[in-house]
Structure formats: C-alpha cells, structure tokens
Design a protein. Structure first.
Lengths: 77, 353
C-alpha cells in the first residue's frame, strides 16, 4: 500500500521533509511509529500523535489510511 | 447597543438576541501575549460583558514585533494591566479585570470559576494542562491555540462535555523536548492569525453557532497554506483521572513557567539585589553583611522596591514557595535562590575580596 506521510511542526525539522511517500504493509499505527523511528532516530524521543485520513487514532489502531499526519504538540503563544 | 454592534445584529445568525449573548459572556484570557492580544482586541470590540486578563510578565522590547496591543511606552509594565488600559479605551462598556500574576494550582479554581470560557494564550505546557484540568473540573470551555514558527493549532476543549486537551495529548512532553517560550522564532503575524481564530471560536461558542472545533484540531501552516482539520475522540479515562483527583494534576515538565529560580552563578556581586531571608532567626549561618530583610516584612516595601529581589533559605525549597506567593501578589522581578544560605555566604565573601 502506498501511504503519504505528512510531518508537522518540529517533526519537519527532525526529518528534513514536510511529506513523503512510502510503499509498505504494516499492521498498526504503532508499527508505523517504529518504522519511522528506525528511519529517523531523532523521532525516538518525541511525542506525537498519528492521524489517518484526517482522524487521530491510537497506536493500537489498524493502519489502513492512505494519508498519515504526524502531529507534535505546539507550545508557543 | 444597536448602533455600535449593527454589523453583528444585521447577521441573521446573530441578531439582537445573539448580541445579548455576547454581552452576557465572561471570558478569561490566560497570557496577554502573541495569541492573547489579538483575541482580546476582537472580543473587546465585539462587546463581551467581562474580560479577565491574567499575565505575570512585563512588556519587553521583543514582544512589540507581534503583540500589537502594546506601545513602546508600555515597556517594563505588566502585560495584564497595560492590556486593560488600552482595551478599556477601545470599549468602555466591557468590564475588564487585570490579574497581574501567574495562573497557578493555588489560584486557578477561584479565577477560572468567575468566567464562562477560557482562552489559552499561554506559551508553556505546565499552564496549558492546568487550564485544561481546571476547565474539566469547573465545566468551562477552553479555547486552545499554540504555534510553532509558521504553523498553528486551534481547538475547543470541554465543549458540552467534549474532548479535552488531555484527550488529544495525554502524554505531556518531556523537559526540553519541545522548544517554547522565547526559545523559538515566530513570524509576527502567525500568533495574530491563531489568536483571531481563538476569538472566532469563542464568539461561536457564545452564540451557539455550528462548526465549533470540538473534537477537532485545526492545523494552519501560513507558509504553505496546508491547512487541515483532524478529528479526535474523547478519552474518558483521561477525564475521569482528573475528576477522581478533584484538582488539576501538575505535569512534571514545568518548562519556562517556573524559571524564577536563580543560581549564584547567574548573579553578579555588582548587581543591586534586595535579599530576603526566608528562614527563622535561629537558623545558621546568618548572612548579615548582605543586609537581608526578613520574609515577614510588609509586602508594600517590596512593591516599592525597583531592585531585583532574591529570596533564600537553607536549601532553596522554602524560598521557592515564598517567591511563588510574591508572584501571586503581582510582585515582579523576584527570584528564588537555588543554593542555600551556606553557599550564599561563601559566594558573597568571595566576591567581596
């Protein structure tokens, strides 16, 4: 399955990208999180939520979305 | 009222009834900064009934690049009080209350309790989780806004028992994980736009209009115009945790909120400092040559002082609590010494040589 992953906020700086495509088969969003952390070790310590097709899901959710957004909390005000 | 708010009243979605709803609303803005200023300007112009402004900080030169409510002559003045002065000129019909101190676990219930909805204009996670928890406990609506460089996030929490900030981000970031406060740059207009989004959501909540960002996170990127609305669910476990506790749960990451601690290495013996000894009189060693005043001294003398105030005790614990109390009373420029009296004595003797 081809998925599009979009990075928000500080995650763009960590990955050096605003978005990219992957062709992979993974069972859950937790697996996707592990995959991305291997690819970008700096993500390892970061706190972010994963949305699939515009819906923020838990890590135990099956990975079935084609548009994946990675969202860290923002702090500035 | 009819003429001043005519453009509101002309809208069939608002009308005279809607304008009355705005008029009866009480809004608390936590943080009179980049987000808070524009939100307050529009809310005041809109004719809300009561506006509360809470901020312990003073206006600094770097604020003026984006906090467009303030003028150069406000430099060094408390933000809540300066904001009140300007906003009152904009609309004398609005009751404006300035709280020139920090929102803390001690005062949050009392202050938030007086308002219907809270606009989160803070720049730190510690206060943001405090607002969220307190809004859950008091059943108040929280209008969240936060930013990172060219991007912003907006959401409405605890709206009609909807999801809260903890439902979205149950895990507070670890210390140093997310840069905040003055650590990052920001294009001046970004907080302006996000703050106006917050004011918009606040007005929609007052007017009971549709499309409120409850259970939805709006993300805005002003550089690319990649804007999205993401749905998220309520996490009843997170809400129950707060309700069971009966009070807000402080997060570990106090980031910039408690940056009033100061170490001897950050102080210069040449600085004019008013020292306060928070210990009892029989605790040794005494540090008499710094002429410390006793902590029981009337607050008025501290208020009049324009010197930097540094409180100390044996270990830096009691002084921290004492300084928090001073901050709550609106006393600026006060710090708690991280080290104890023994180290202070050594430091002061060394610097005398």
């Amino acid at each position: 399955m081809i998925i599009k992953v979009r990075y928000f906020g500080q995650l763009q700086e960590v990955t050096g990208k605003s978005e990219e495509h992957f062709e992979l088969t993974l069972d859950t969003t937790a697996s996707l999180r592990r995959f991305l952390k291997t690819l970008y070790p700096k993500l390892g310590t970061m706190n972010f939520k994963i949305a699939q097709d515009n819906k923020i899901t838990s890590d135990s959710s099956p990975l079935k979305g084609q548009l994946i957004d990675l969202l860290p909390p923002f702090s500035g005000g | 009222m009819e003429i001043r708010y005519q453009r509101h009243i002309q809208l069939k979605e608002i009308g005279i009834e809607g304008q009355k709803k705005i008029r009866n609303s009480k809004v608390l803005v936590v943080g009179a900064g980049g987000l808070g200023c524009p939100a307050m300007q529009y809310l005041t112009a809109s004719g809300i009934g009561t506006l509360g402004i809470i901020d312990p900080d003073v206006v600094t030169l770097t604020n003026l690049q984006r906090q467009i409510l303030f003028k150069e002559k406000d430099l060094g003045r408390n933000k809540a009080q300066s904001a009140k002065k300007h906003l009152q000129k904009l609309n004398t019909e609005v009751t404006i209350q300035a709280f020139p101190f920090a929102l803390t676990h001690e005062n949050a219930a009392e202050i938030i309790g007086e308002f219907d909805l809270v606009i989160d204009g803070t720049d730190n996670f510690y206060t943001r989780y405090l607002i969220s928890d307190q809004c859950v406990l008091l059943n108040k609506v929280m209008i969240y806004g936060a930013l990172f460089k060219f991007e912003g996030q907006v959401a409405v929490f605890n709206y009609k028992n909807g999801p809260t900030y903890r439902c979205l981000f149950p895990l507070p970031p670890k210390i140093g994980e997310i840069p905040n406060c003055s650590e990052i740059g920001v294009l001046g207009v970004v907080p302006g736009i996000i703050g106006v989004y917050q004011a918009t959501e606040a007005l929609k909540v007052m007017l009971e209009l549709g499309g409120i960002l409850s259970g939805k996170l709006l993300t805005v990127n002003l550089l690319t115009h990649r804007n999205t609305v993401l749905d998220f669910d309520k996490n009843q476990q997170e809400i129950d945790k707060i309700k069971k506790q009966g009070k807000p749960i402080p997060i570990e990451n106090q980031d910039c909120f408690l940056n009033f601690e100061v170490s001897l290495t950050q102080l210069s013996s040449k600085e004019k400092i008013k020292w306060i000894d928070v210990r009892e009189e029989d605790e040794l060693p005494r540090v008499t040559h710094l002429n410390p005043i006793n902590y029981s001294t009337a607050l008025d003398t501290l208020l009049e002082s324009n010197k930097k105030i540094v409180a100390f005790c044996q270990t830096g614990m009691r002084s921290k609590i004492f300084v928090q109390k001073l901050k709550n009373k609106g006393i600026e420029n006060c710090f708690s010494l991280k080290e104890g009296a023994a180290e202070l004595k050594k430091w002061s003797q060394k610097s005398q040589v």
